[in-house]
Ligand binder design. Structure first.
Ligand code: BGC
Length: 774
């Protein structure tokens, strides 16, 4: 194959247009005459979904067997970037084995509301964590010479009306919550592709969003790969090319290509814009060329899937050490123990290479102990629920421990629709109540893609084990945790609230009339619960272990400086395993800016590390933060802003189990603001040069006080927040039209008061971008 540049020069207009569309559901277009092959893409993200025959993007048709790894909700709960990378590499191997050039994932959208039907496919409510986990998966997959498609860019946080709804979200919130995971992955991994989302962002289709696809993604973050559409996300192909969308999937054959040809011929579309898209398609094809098919070790991948699933299990509660199991006779209740719920429904659905269930695995792991079973409820057929519950209650009465396998049936959550509540199905909670009323301790084992409420019963459960949707080996993985073969080390990547109503998105989800207003702003997930000081069932970052950890010797030191752009805040802490068994702790670092002039969440995750420690062993964990970790997005200065002063760095085992903290002083030159007639008098006076100019302009009275309002504190406190232009309309304040004219034309004071100095922000390259975000 010749180089993309050479090929581009040889292509006809029609061929160029054809390359900007797929050739079918899962392939790009070939140009045989020039030796350009087609390449295959496939879902993603937690295993492959290669469809040999009929094609669809909603999980209806069959696909070739592939290892079903834990979904993002489970994999993310490992908080283990090395493990995530390992899983990524395994997916990469499977992709090569099935001739897949690009895996359609990972999904790094933020879990804005627990109700989003696709939360199982996303990592977290926190952008830092989502970015790090997503980057690890991308790194792993791409290490095998296979591309990724980081999705769904951007602000795709619900399924309701997902093809049309406009996520109405302010720029600060986008910058701080919804974009950073994409930004981190793009700037650190250069994913081969990014997939735009279905929805609109502030009224503009993501597929046609020039600010998102070109100004931010390419100009600011330096993305060099290809942007493809989500399946069916393009509404105006010509506008999409102009915005920077390279590849339309699946192809609207005969329509989109014809539209592109017509647009170039009529001059409506500059051929250079089309060429830019074609070149990126050719580059992607070139990159994918020459990959060797890989040998697949199905057993090894299954073992990895089991390890990953076990490490993603979160032990929420464990009263009196009921776990790991020591009891002899165990009664297993719940159809999920026999018929596991292990992955979500929709485009990510994998046809697993094998499937474990917890009941068989438990019996295999404890051959000498009695394990009885009662289904307790039906999954597809609910007509026998009452009878099944009676049987389960009777069976449970004879046991030493009840293991109740509960969760969400696949009909309760899926791609394509959102939940309307967070409860477990009624038949299950009714059964649980009856089990809890007995005298046998009940361990609740949960399988669900998004958080479910545990309010009302969690205090009475002897233990709660949250497995999420752990993939094909989740049955064995949970048995490993229950028996203690694996010491649980998963941590919550999303808060489990006491009530759905406590979630900050509650009043603005899922919107109406084609719009969803992100009214909670940056107060998403724990940022919202913390700011509102709400009790939660289990906080972000929570997860128990069969051992205990002690934190000591926190030091936080700084080097470099924010103004020089090389600030490094080094956080070091010693962690010791104080229990009797080996275990892994997730050390979490949260930053607070108590003196911020902007409304900021009480704390934000800015670093984490997972460490494995033998009993009695201790280790020092060191993490480095930079300016960006202290910054907030300033809409006014259009950049990242660090306000000098004190920051609190807290270290702990969850967002609400902070063991140690330290205060650190960070110096940062305050940003300069452009001062003009619409700037308030307070703003003029807050700026050193502006203040000098105002004082000169108004002059002093015989007593030596500044004339008019400037010398009158009371008046200043009441109308000092009026713009100069407004004050000039009032008489007697000393701010006359002449004074305003003198100040704004630079006749008094220094030129810096006219806004010629730069804001001292921790600038992203966003300076270039326009103020408009659609
Ligand atoms: C989903 C994507 C998926 C694509 C292809 C769409 O419906 O939103 O996540 O990659 O289909 O199956």
């Amino acid at each position: 194959m010749q180089s993309p540049q050479e090929t581009l020069a040889d292509l006809t207009l029609a061929e160029k247009a054809s390359l900007c569309l797929g050739s079918d559901f899962w392939h790009t277009a070939a140009v045989e005459r020039l030796g350009v092959p087609r390449i295959r893409v496939a879902d993603g993200p937690h295993g492959l979904r290669v469809q040999p025959d009929e094609a669809d993007h909603v999980g209806l048709g069959g696909s070739l067997p592939a290892t079903c790894f834990p979904t993002a909700s489970a994999l993310g709960s490992t908080w283990d970037v090395h493990l995530v990378e390992e899983v990524g590499a395994a997916i990469g191997v499977e992709a090569r084995n099935q001739d897949v050039a690009v895996v359609l994932g990972p999904g790094v959208n933020i879990k804005r509301s627990p109700l989003c039907g696709r939360n199982f496919e996303y990592f977290s409510e926190d952008p830092h964590l989502s970015g790090r986990l997503g980057a690890a998966l991308v790194h792993g997959i791409q290490s095998q010479g296979v591309g990724t498609s980081v999705k769904h860019y951007a602000a795709n946080n619900q399924e309701t009306d997902r093809l049309r709804v406009s996520a109405d979200v302010d720029e600060r919130t986008l910058r701080e919550i919804y974009l950073p995971a994409f930004e981190h992955i793009v700037t650190t991994q250069q994913p081969w592709t990014v997939m735009c989302s279905y929805n609109r962002v502030n009224g503009v289709h993501a597929s046609q969003h020039h600010w998102l696809l070109t100004e931010v993604l390419r100009d600011e973050w330096g993305f060099e790969g290809l942007v493809m559409s989500d399946w069916g996300a393009v509404s105006d192909r010509v506008a999409a090319v102009r915005a920077g969308l390279d590849l339309e999937m699946p192809p609207n054959l005969g329509i989109s290509d014809a539209a592109l040809v017509r647009a170039v011929e009529s001059g409506e579309l500059d051929e250079k814009d089309l060429d830019a898209c074609v070149r990126r398609v050719l580059e992607l094809v070139e990159r994918s060329d020459g990959r060797r098919a890989a040998e697949l070790d199905v057993d090894a991948h299954h073992t990895l899937a089991r390890r990953a699933a076990a490490d993603g299990i979160v032990l929420l509660e464990n009263d009196d050490g009921v776990l790991p199991l020591t009891a002899g006779h165990v009664c297993v209740v719940g159809e999920f123990a026999r018929t596991p719920r292990y992955q979500g429904a929709g485009s990510s659905q994998v046809n697993p290479t094998r499937l474990e269930n917890a009941l068989d695995e438990l019996r295999a792991a404890r051959p000498d102990q009695e394990v009885t079973f009662a289904a307790g409820f039906g999954l597809d057929d609910q007509s026998r629920d009452a009878e099944l519950a009676d049987e389960a209650v009777a069976a449970a009465a004879d046991a030493e421990v009840v293991l109740a396998f509960l969760g969400l049936p696949s009909t309760a959550e899926s791609e394509g629709f959102d939940r309307t509540h967070m409860e477990l199905p009624r038949a299950q909670t009714a059964l649980l109540e009856r089990l809890l009323a007995g005298s046998v301790p009940v361990v609740v084992v949960l399988a669900n893609g998004a958080a479910v409420l545990v309010t009302g019963w969690r205090e009475r459960a002897a233990a709660i084990v949250e497995c999420w949707l752990g993939g094909q080996a989740s049955g064995g993985a949970v048995v490993d945790v229950l028996t203690g073969a694996v010491n649980p080390s998963g941590r919550l990547t999303e808060t489990i609230p006491l009530r759905l109503q406590d979630n900050s998105a509650y009043l603005n989800f899922p919107g109406e009339d084609g719009h969803v207003r992100y009214g909670e702003g940056v107060f998403v997930g724990y940022r919202g619960y913390d700011a509102a000081e709400l009790d939660v069932a289990y906080p972000f970052g929570h997860g128990l272990s069969y051992t205990t950890f002690e934190y000591s010797d926190l030091t936080v030191s700084t080097s470099g400086s924010h103004d020089a752009g090389d600030l490094a805040v080094t956080v070091a802490v010693t962690v010791r395993n104080t229990g009797a068994v080996a275990g892994a702790e997730v050390v979490q670092v949260y930053v607070s800016d108590p003196e911020s002039s902007a409304a900021r969440p009480p704390r934000e995750l800015k670093g984490f590390a997972k460490v494995l420690l033998a009993p009695g062993e201790s280790t020092s964990v060191e993490l480095t933060l930079g300016s960006r970790d202290l910054a907030t997005w300033s809409t006014r200065h259009h950049g990242w802003l660090v306000e000098g002063g004190e920051f609190v760095v807290a270290v702990g085992s969850s967002s609400r189990d902070l063991r140690l903290d330290a205060t650190v002083q960070v110096d940062a030159t305050p940003p300069r603001v452009d001062l003009d007639a619409m700037s308030t008098l307070e703003e003029w006076l807050a700026d050193p040069d502006g203040r000098a100019a105002v004082l000169t302009a108004v002059g002093v009275d015989p007593a030596g006080r500044p004339r008019g309002i400037v010398g009158n504190e009371k008046l200043l406190s009441v109308i000092g927040n009026f713009p100069l232009a407004t004050l000039a309309a009032f008489t007697g304040l000393g701010i006359t039209p002449d004074v305003v004219e003198a100040l704004t034309s630079g006749q008094v004071g220094s030129t810096t008061a006219q806004g010629t100095s730069q804001p001292a922000t921790s600038r992203s390259p966003s300076e270039k971008s326009s103020d408009s975000i659609g």
